[in-house]
Write a protein that binds this ligand. Structure first.
Ligand SMILES: Cc1ncc(C[n+]2csc(CCOP(=O)(O)OP(=O)(O)O)c2C)c(N)n1
Length: 551
């Protein structure tokens, strides 16, 4: 077999069924091998960035490793934002890039770029393969590295002549895809945590994406239920606890609900599980949970005390750690504390006819159901979705939390649908973000991928505009997008059914009429450009001092 055939054989060996990618000169041999390889489904996107986001959305929604292919030079550099997006959110990806042939390396050859150098700081590891006999070992190791411990993207750069060189391939049956996470805590630390939990009167669990990644939302729920502890979530942690569960409080931090931020500020114990105390959660560090002792559970030792000091840290595998904690803690009843938290909540004033983000998202949620996988882009629409969608399961919310990548959503939604044919997949996007990635409508149309696209169009780069309104004296520098682009026609150009609405009544008519999940559907909701995201914690403030309205 040649190197290209060995590469594909190794992907199949790892259980890969779908790859996302885009061809080019250096990967012609790889695509040539793909031509005969019917065990792999290849989705050709419109742009390499879309391919990486699709592999990312596929991975986040299925728990499998996402795989994508790109050519050397510009193909490889187009993957960088997607790789960085996955890296920041700990998503396991394998990105295979073609490279100029080994004799041409280091000579500024056509489409030669040092992609291993460029991606060094945004990959868990990367490789430049210089010998055909290394391919199988490198691919096997790359899969193990990307999934082990804290997952992340791994890039493999393969020169064109190595794809063409004949080598030997010995098939392996892979049974152990990843290394076990080592438990690095002492029994005494666990017992200190148990004692703190038993003593606390006003505890809060702060759950993050690590719970989802480790597949331990059930174990977390059992722990929360036994200790009767309310759970707040980072954006990446949404979906860990079912929306309607009485202990689920929703998001905390910069755009968290007021009662959650006040609860964290007043709690006497904060139990962080797979969360990284990001600045988007913490804001002013010295006022974050100022009265609390803090227990931090994580798989990655580098997260401990990175942003916030902790009293006890437990490093290891949540699968064994959480049940152990649950077994050892006393059963508690925190009804007074839970009642206190609910008193901090201001009553919702709802006008069901108002054409605003909450009512729009509620209408979509009612129609598509809680089994929907929701991908977003970045901006106000993303935060409204995080606040209002009723997420019921891990992997139901696919969003760029760490890097905040506008242009992530459509590719991610494509990947999510390819990986979850039985679920509805909804993209919630904003007009600014959609302009960055709507070339992937070509992919939606080509493969007839039956996703639903909700464009919340406020004719603005809304999130930046909101900051200008609140913190830059309403000087709206370059954030109004009022050039009357006809998005329905744009969808129509790709043969995609599209609608544009301005009222709840019209939206409901369209929702009743469309056959979601059978074919792609695009719906634009034109909202007021002055609808803002609340609460918001102003820069430099404590999370309890969030603003809930601004004129
Ligand atoms: C690639 C990229 N460029 C710029 C930004 C900065 N940014 C964050 S939110 C935002 C506005 C997003 O506008 P839109 O997609 O229309 O969403 P809205 O906030 O209006 O819902 C911008 C420009 C970013 N996050 N990503």
């Amino acid at each position: 077999m040649n190197g290209a055939q060995i590469t594909l054989a190794c992907l199949i060996e790892q259980g890969v069924e779908t790859v996302f990618g885009y061809p080019g000169g250096s990967v012609i041999p790889l695509y040539d091998a793909l031509y005969d390889e019917h065990r792999l489904n290849h989705v050709r996107t419109a742009h390499e960035q879309g391919a990486v986001h699709a592999a990312d959305g596929y991975s986040r929604s299925t728990g499998k490793v996402g795989v994508c292919l790109a050519t050397s030079g510009p193909g490889a550099t187009n993957t960088v934002t997607g790789i960085a997006t996955a890296f920041m959110d700990s998503v396991p990806l394998i990105v295979i890039t073609g490279q100029v042939g080994v004799p041409l390396l280091g000579r500024d050859s056509f489409q030669e770029i040092d992609i291993t150098g460029i991606t060094l700081s945004v990959t868990k590891h990367n490789y430049l393969v210089r010998n055909v006999d290394q391919i199988a070992d490198v691919i096997r190791e790359a899969f193990r590295v990307s999934q082990s411990g804290r997952p992340g993207p791994v890039l493999i750069d393969i020169p064109k002549n190595i794809f063409l060189t004949e080598g030997y391939y010995v098939e392996k049956t892979i049974t152990n895809f990843k290394d076990e996470i080592q438990n690095k805590y002492e029994e005494a630390d666990l017992m200190s945590a148990v004692e703190m939990i038993n003593q606390s009167k006003n505890p809060v669990i702060y759950a993050g994406g690590g719970v989802k990644i480790s597949g331990t939302s059930r174990e977390l729920l059992e722990f929360a239920e036994k200790t009767d502890t309310p759970v707040v979530s980072s954006m990446m942690g949404l979906g860990n606890i079912p929306y309607d569960h009485e202990l689920n409080l929703g998001m905390v931090g910069m755009h968290g609900f007021r009662q959650n931020n006040v609860a964290v500020t007043n709690c006497d114990l904060l139990i962080a599980v797979g969360a990284r105390f990001s600045d988007r959660v913490v804001s002013k560090a010295e006022n974050f949970a100022p009265n609390a002792r803090i227990i931090h559970l994580d798989a990655d030792v580098t997260e401990i005390a990175k942003n916030i000091g902790v009293d006890v840290s437990l490093i290891g595998d949540f699968k064994t750690m959480l049940p152990k904690l649950t077994e050892k803690v006393e059963k508690k009843n925190n009804s007074e504390w839970k009642e206190q938290i609910s008193k901090w909540k201001k009553p919702d004033i709802m006008d069901k006819e108002l054409f605003d983000s909450k009512n729009i998202l509620d209408a979509f949620c009612d129609k598509l159901g809680r089994n929907t996988v929701v991908a977003t882009d970045v901006g106000q629409h993303q935060i409204w979705t995080a606040q209002h969608w009723k997420f019921d399961f891990p992997g139901s919310f696919i969003t760029s939390g760490g890097l905040g990548t506008m242009g992530f959503g459509l590719g991610a939604a494509i990947g999510a649908k390819v990986g979850n044919r039985e679920n509805q997949v909804l993209l919630v996007t904003g007009d600014g973000s959609y302009r960055m990635n709507n070339n992937e409508l070509a992919t939606v149309a080509r493969y007839d991928i039956p996703i639903t696209i909700l464009l919340i169009n406020n004719n603005a780069l809304g999130m930046v505009r909101q900051w200008q309104k609140m913190f830059s004296g309403k000087r709206y520098s370059e954030t109004d997008v009022d050039d009357k682009l006809d998005y329905v026609k744009l969808a129509g150009a790709y043969g995609i059914e599209g609608y544009s609405v301005k009222t709840m009544a019209d939206l409901k008519k369209i929702l009743d009429k469309c056959e979601f999940g059978r074919k792609p559907v695009f719906i634009e909701c034109k909202i007021n450009n002055d609808e803002n995201v609340y609460p918001i914690v102003p820069p430099g403030a404590s999370i309890a001092d969030c603003i809930e309205n601004f004129k």
